[in-house]
Structures are given as structure tokens and as C-alpha cells.
Ligand binder design. Structure first.
Ligand code: MN
Ligand code: MN
Length: 419
């Protein structure tokens, strides 16, 4: 795939700077003109002499990442990796399903968040377990039944379908079971970059590592009755599709032992936080999903050609999971450093805290992706809104834009273009 440069855009920017240089005089302008020339020379070099690549290439990866292979002329510097893919990881397949993970071991840029994708066939369990991190999840396909046990003795039992979330607090034991007709697939997000889904506390694993005499005394049953306990942790294993949710709830005591906290949330069903001609944003954080105390999330749908505006997040790094479509993101990492990458389904994106970025739909169908933040609340600074809240003269003198041009910049935040 060859690079699609946009010479018009570049000439426009250059002539704009040239016009500005002609209109004023003074020391600062000498600097601006020199900067414009440097940028132009770099671009020419890339186009005419230096971009050829006669050596080896992994065509699959190169074609999936045209913006990294032939970067925009505005990319510069040495920033940390902002792309990874679940499709590069080992898939742990067991009877009943599979799992794979992208943690700080695979993707060291992300120290705050680790991700897992998991498939459970109908009736199969992710074994009862607990762990050191909080767990947030998004259902990608199918449906599941989940349980969470609260330390106060109450239990939550709920069903989730595509577009739904759950949140399980650190140390609270829980289960996931695939429902009919074809089980489920989901994304798990943990608020600990080094978290490993393979190092959780499994119910069967604990019993397998406790002397049977102690188990006999603890459960007040004879040792012989415990003879068939699993000899090691099960992790994922096949089971029977359960009956109705109501029957399951009744069987354990109904309202008398029901959790007062709702650990699931129907994200895709909420009214969009933002809806424009270019797409939608659904922000779900602890202000509307109270259980999700440490993870804030946003679900984006960008129509073909749409642009998620330039912005940054003051309170947390951003961990992204791409669900469908094709997009690109440029991360501006201060000190003149910027890197553009392409994103395809099952890819992970990363943006350091406070680093500027945009996301653009470069495909011919909707681009759908999730953004996760290790925080109880979603927070963002919009470049457009910031500019429009400044005294016009201040912007004119910084950017050499006319007042008329500044007045055309959208005066809102949380935006997708076109409006
Ligand atoms: Mn878990
Ligand atoms: Mn963002």
C-alpha cells in the first residue's frame, strides 16, 4: 500500500505561514519562516529520495499500518509504543473456551491498565475466583450470567448481553458463565498494568492446596465426602446452561440475600452523551454506574470520514480497544514528538496521561472503539473549546489565525466532526 500524502494540505499550511510572514515584520517571524522551510525540506526528502524500502517487509503488518510505515510529515521523535494487538498474543484454549491478554509484559506503555479477551461456549464457566485488581468488562458477543459475592453476605446474580458492562471490586469473588445459544465473548479491563488473568485465586485451586483434614473440619463433613474435589484449579471448564435468572435468584434466597449494589450496566442502551452528524459518544463512569469506582469508560462510534476532535485527558492515561472498522490516531507527546498509528479490530491503543490526540475513521464503515481510564470519572480538555474560551487577540497572536477563522472553530467540547 502506498502512502496517501495530502500535498494540498501541506501547501496550504506553508502558504498560510508565508502570507503571515509577508504581513508582519520582526524577530519572531524569522523563526517562523525557518521552521516552515525545515518542515518542507523534510517532506520532500521523504517523498523523493528516502522513503523507498528495498529490504524485507512483513506485508501483513505494513499494510495494516500504513501511517506507521509511511508516517505523515508531521510525525517526529521517539515516543513510547501506542499500539498493540490481541492478535499477537498466545490464545490459551481449554475445554469450554479461551483467553488471551495484553498486560504491561506485552505492552509496557500501559502501566495503569491490563486487558483480557475471553470466550466461553454455552454453559461453560470462568471458574469462581477473585483477584488483586478491580475488573471492568464489556460484552462483545452473546450473553452470560455473572455472580458477585459481597463481604456483607449478600450476592449479586445478573445476566449480561452484547453492549453491557460489569464491574467486580478487588477481592470480591465472582463467576461468569456462557448462556445459550452460543455462549459469549467479552473484554476484561483491570486497573493494574501488571495484572495477570492467569494468576487469580481459584476456588478449586485453594481447596486443592489445603489439607483434606482441615477441609473436613471447616466444612463439617467427613473427609470421604471430599474425595472428588479437583486436584488443581479449573480456570475454564464446560458446564450446563442454567435455568432462568429468577430461578437462580430464588434458589439462593431471593431478595433476602440480594446485593443492594448493581454490578452490571447496559452501556449501549444509554442515550449518547454526544450525538453529531459524525457519530456518538457514550460516557459511563461512577456518576451513572456507581459500582465502577476506579474505571471510567467511553464508547465511540465514528462514521466513515468522521474525526474525534483533538483533546486530552487531565486525570488518567487512556487505554483503547478497537471493536470494528478502521482508524488512525496521532498522539502528541510534548517536545515536538508525535506518532501516528493505524487501528483495526482487536487492536489496543494507548495515550499517556495529558498527551494530545485525535482519532479519525479511515475506513468505509463505522469505527467503534472503547476508551478506558483508571479513574472514577471521565475528564477531557477540548482543544476547540479551549481556543474559543480565550480572548480572540491571544489566539490570533499565537496561531496567526484571523478573528474570522477563529469564529468558525466549534465552540463545544466532547465533539465528533462533522457536527
Ligand atoms: Mn475476574
Ligand atoms: Mn481520548
Amino acid at each position: 500500500m502506498t502512502q496517501k500524502t495530502n500535498p494540498q494540505m501541506i501547501i496550504k499550511r506553508r502558504s498560510l505561514l508565508g502570507a503571515a510572514a509577508a504581513a508582519f515584520s520582526g524577530g519572531a517571524l524569522g523563526f517562523r519562516t525557518a521552521w516552515a522551510q525545515t518542515r518542507t525540506e523534510t517532506l520532500k526528502g521523504e517523498q523523493n529520495r528516502s522513503a523507498s524500502d528495498p529490504g524485507p517487509s512483513n506485508a501483513g503488518l505494513a499494510n495494516a499500518n500504513p501511517n506507521s510505515n509511511n508516517p505523515p510529515a508531521t510525525d517526529r521523535g521517539d515516543i513510547l509504543p501506542i499500539w498493540y494487538s490481541f492478535d499477537l498474543t498466545h490464545r490459551r484454549i481449554q475445554d469450554g473456551g479461551w483467553t488471551r491478554q495484553v498486560t504491561a509484559r506485552e505492552f509496557p506503555s500501559s502501566q495503569d491498565v491490563a486487558g483480557v479477551t475471553m470466550r466461553l461456549t454455552a454453559g461453560s464457566y470462568r471458574e469462581l475466583h477473585w483477584h488483586t485488581a478491580n475488573e471492568w468488562a464489556y460484552m462483545l458477543y452473546g450473553s452470560a450470567r455473572v455472580t458477585v459475592f459481597n463481604p456483607d453476605g449478600t450476592i449479586f446474580i445478573g445476566d449480561v448481553a452484547e453492549g453491557d458492562l460489569w464491574f467486580f471490586p478487588t477481592g470480591f469473588p465472582h463467576s461468569i458463565q456462557g448462556l445459550g445459544p452460543d455462549g459469549c465473548e467479552f473484554l476484561l479491563v483491570f486497573d493494574q498494568g501488571t495484572f495477570s488473568e492467569y494468576n487469580t485465586f481459584l476456588l478449586s485451586g485453594w481447596l486443592a492446596h489445603t489439607p483434606s483434614k482441615v477441609l473436613s473440619r471447616n466444612f463439617t463433613v467427613p473427609e470421604a465426602a471430599l474425595a472428588d474435589l479437583p486436584e488443581q484449579g479449573l480456570y475454564i471448564f464446560p458446564g450446563t446452561v442454567p435455568g432462568s435468572l429468577e430461578d437462580d435468584r430464588k434458589a439462593v434466597g431471593g431478595a433476602a440475600v440480594a446485593s443492594t449494589v448493581n454490578y452490571t450496566f447496559r452501556m449501549k442502551a444509554v442515550k449518547p452523551t454526544t450525538e453529531t452528524a459524525g457519530g456518538t459518544i457514550r460516557i459511563v463512569d461512577s456518576t451513572i454506574f456507581q459500582a465502577s469506582k476506579t474505571i471510567a469508560s467511553a464508547l465511540f462510534t465514528l462514521k466513515p470520514g468522521a474525526l474525534r476532535e483533538l483533546h486530552w485527558h487531565p486525570n488518567a492515561s487512556e487505554w483503547q480497544y478497537y471493536i470494528s472498522g478502521k482508524g488512525r490516531m496521532t498522539v502528541f507527546a510534548s517536545a515536538g514528538q508525535a506518532h501516528t498509528m493505524d487501528y483495526n479490530p482487536n487492536d489496543v491503543g494507548y495515550v499517556p496521561q495529558v498527551a494530545g490526540h485525535y482519532v479519525e475513521n479511515t475506513g468505509d464503515r463505522d469505527l467503534v472503539f472503547l476508551a478506558l481510564f483508571k479513574s472514577g470519572y471521565f475528564s477531557e480538555v477540548s482543544l476547540n473549546q479551549w481556543i474559543r474560551r480565550l480572548p480572540v487577540q491571544m489566539t490570533e497572536q499565537h496561531l496567526l489565525l484571523s478573528a474570522a477563522t477563529i469564529a468558525q472553530i466549534p465552540n463545544v467540547g466532547n465533539n465528533i466532526l462533522p457536527r
